[in-house]
Design a protein around this ligand. Structure first.
Ligand code: NAD
Ligand code: UD1
Length: 330
């Protein structure tokens, strides 16, 4: 089975390529490398000892993408390609709407032309908005606070409407919680350009001495210790969730949370990182970050019941693997 993985050179996509190859699938990666490096493809090959077909192509460019569909028989798509920095999406909304929506629609158009029926989409817990916890797939979605979040909610709606109009289409929407960690080899992981926006890559840069200290955004939330609570999931578990989703894909639209179901506060994550790696992470409490919610974690029972998938790795392993990868970055 050939799976077209868009954004396969990125953080989650690269780990998913490894999981797919190890499960016996063949992968064709399309990535324009706007937020990743080409040597990640070689690292995927090194970890798995398997071949990967790679195209440096922008998914919004119809002619280029069409040539991939006409060259290969594609059995299904996992669509990771997208821009994901929340703050940047507020400054450059058009870039975000264009890239994230046109890429999804272009893939749908070519799926129709080439009769590809299986489509797995990278969505986000951000579509729940500030809802009641734990977040369940059948909840009414509340408005998101930024253009990035809107592109995820809109892509979900576009895919849902397209699947409604064609009952042979199989669409799976995966709502990720907070992926962190890295492959145990230390070869692939999260290496954002510039100053990280997300918590774990910021922690690892502070631990390495590249940044002075972590700024913790608020300690006056109604949570266990006042700092924000999130559902952190090891990226390798998340990658395996995609294999389970693909194996179990059926006609219609199916939505799954991919998380652990457990909440961890910012302070708890910092302490776990210090303990796991025997290294200090200096921090300072600062004001809340606009748009942040107090607490967010998943109800994961649907994915367990229907996909037979459950996250296995704990916070300590996530911290060890994130640090192991960071130490390898030159
Ligand atoms: P990433 O930036 O590491 O990977 C995305 C990849 O897509 C990059 O390699 C980038 O070069 C590529 N890309 C972007 N636009 C493209 C285009 N038009 N054509 C071809 N390639 C393009 O991000 P990630 O963390 O691996 O996230 C993957 C997906 O999961 C994204 O859609 C993201 O929004 C979603 N997601 C991520 C998180 C998270 O915390 N990382 C949470 C929820 C959802
Ligand atoms: C953010 C996005 C979300 C996106 C996800 C993955 C927002 C509001 N949400 O989720 O849409 O899907 O990233 O890209 O931006 N924190 C600090 N200091 C830091 C960084 C973070 O204290 O330097 C805190 C945050 O306040 C939060 C927690 O750490 O409580 C996690 O933050 P982050 O890693 O940015 O993820 P989210 O905000 O959950």
């Amino acid at each position: 089975m050939n799976i077209l993985v868009t954004g396969g050179a990125g953080f989650i996509g690269s780990h998913t390529c490894v999981a797919l190859l190890e499960a016996g699938y063949e992968v064709i990666v399309v990535d324009n490398l706007c937020n990743s490096k080409v040597d990640t493809i070689d690292k995927i090959k090194k970890i798995t000892n398997k071949e990967v077909v790679f195209y440096n192509i922008d998914v919004t460019e119809e002619k280029d993408l069409d040539s991939v569909f006409s060259t290969h028989i594609i059995d299904g798509i996992i669509h990771f390609a997208g821009l994901k920095a929340v703050g940047e999406s507020v400054e450059k909304p058009l870039e975000y709407y264009y890239n994230n929506l046109v890429s999804t629609m272009m893939l749908c158009k070519l799926c129709k032309k080439y009769n590809v029926k299986k489509f797995v989409f990278s969505s986000s817990a951000t579509v729940y908005g500030d809802n009641e916890i734990p977040f369940r797939e059948d909840m009414k979605l509340l408005s998101t606070t930024n253009p990035y979040g809107e592109t995820k909610a809109m892509s979900e709606r576009i895919l849902t409407d397209i699947a409604k109009a064609d009952s042979s289409l199989c669409v799976t929407l995966l709502r990720y919680f907070n992926p962190i960690g890295a492959h145990e080899s230390g070869l692939i992981g999260e290496d954002p350009k510039g100053i990280p926006n997300n918590l774990m890559p910021y922690i690892t840069k502070v631990a390495k001495g590249e940044l002075d200290k972590l700024c913790i955004f608020g300690n006056d939330y109604p949570t266990i210790d006042g700092t924000g609570v999130r559902d952190y999931i090891h990226v390798v578990d998340l990658a395996e969730g995609h294999v389970a989703a693909f194996k179990n894909i059926t006609p219609g639209v199916h939505v799954y949370n991919l998380g652990t179901g457990k909440g961890t506060s910012v302070l708890q994550l910092v302490k776990a990182f210090e303990e796991a790696n025997k290294i200090k992470v200096p921090y300072e409490i600062v004001d809340r970050r606009p748009g942040d919610i107090a607490e967010c974690y998943a109800d994961v029972s649907k994915a367990e019941k229907e996909l037979g998938w459950i996250a296995k790795k704990g916070i300590i392993e996530m911290c060890k693997d994130a640090w192991n990868f960071e130490k390898n970055i030159k």
